[in-house]
Design a protein around this ligand. Structure first.
Ligand SMILES: CC(C)(COP(=O)(O)OP(=O)(O)OC[C@H]1O[C@@H](n2cnc3c(N)ncnc32)[C@H](O)[C@@H]1OP(=O)(O)O)[C@@H](O)C(=O)NCCC(=O)NCCS
Length: 200
């Protein structure tokens, strides 16, 4: 079911909360979940609304089974968040005294212009998550194909995926034909693989 159809029956803000919750529940090792569900819900709202990015969901019986998000990389996601200044202030207030988190947000903001990252295509798969109850049923592949179709419709021939080396998702991306081209460090102590996926 496409996002447009889902939006007729489920409130959009509920979709963003469902997506944020699934992100937090399935990627426990990442930094973004530590920013809280409201921050993530706002981030996914911006991803869904911006012209340069996309959010694709898979719902069944009003339950979110999985989602994928991606960007063309033609603009910065956090700039899009600035277009909701009041919401942004509201989600950032609880973090104001957490200097480490603010530093990590700045790291993420800087990494797209990082000299190593900027050598590769701008388009990127940002996050893919399937609820653990539905793993290995082909939902991940279905979401991945829909994202690839979006990139193809935007005349993008290849996209980047950056994933922590410890995650099982590395096997998933390899199975889809993505190739590891380098290692990258977004945070000082976490090594990630940078994959490139050709769009057919
Ligand atoms: C990665 C993820 C999205 C895969 O979703 P999925 O719906 O289970 O994947 P599929 O059923 O479409 O799997 C397709 C193929 O990928 C490979 N694969 C998927 N999960 C795998 C795993 N945990 N270990 C090894 N291979 C895996 C398999 O080859 C699988 O085919 P098979 O089941 O016939 O062997 C899911 O495991 C997930 O949400 N992980 C947690 C979130 C995460 O780490 N996301 C990536 C960071 S952005």
């Amino acid at each position: 079911m496409s996002n447009k159809t889902i939006h007729k029956v489920i409130d959009k803000n509920q979709i963003y909360l469902d997506v944020a919750k699934l992100h937090i529940d399935t990627i426990k090792t990442g930094f973004l979940p530590t920013l809280g569900i409201k921050f993530l819900a706002l981030m996914y709202k911006c991803i869904d609304e911006a012209k340069f990015s996309i959010l694709i969901t898979n719902y069944k019986d009003y339950k979110l089974r999985g989602f994928v998000s991606g960007t063309l990389g033609t603009s910065n996601l956090f700039k899009a968040m600035l277009s909701h200044p009041l919401d942004l202030i509201f989600v950032l207030i609880p973090l104001i005294f957490q200097i480490n988190k603010i530093k990590k947000i700045v790291n993420i903001l800087r990494y797209t212009s990082d000299s190593k990252r900027s050598k590769f295509p701008k388009s990127e798969l940002l996050t893919i998550c399937v609820h653990p109850n539905y793993h290995r049923q082909g939902i991940g592949i279905d979401l991945y194909k829909k994202l690839s179709k979006f990139f193809k419709s935007e005349s993008v021939s290849e996209f980047v995926i950056i994933v922590g080396q410890s995650l099982n998702a590395n096997s998933f991306y390899k199975k889809q034909g993505a190739k590891i081209v380098t290692e990258i460090q977004i945070h000082s102590n976490i090594n990630s693989n940078l994959f490139i996926q050709q769009v057919n």
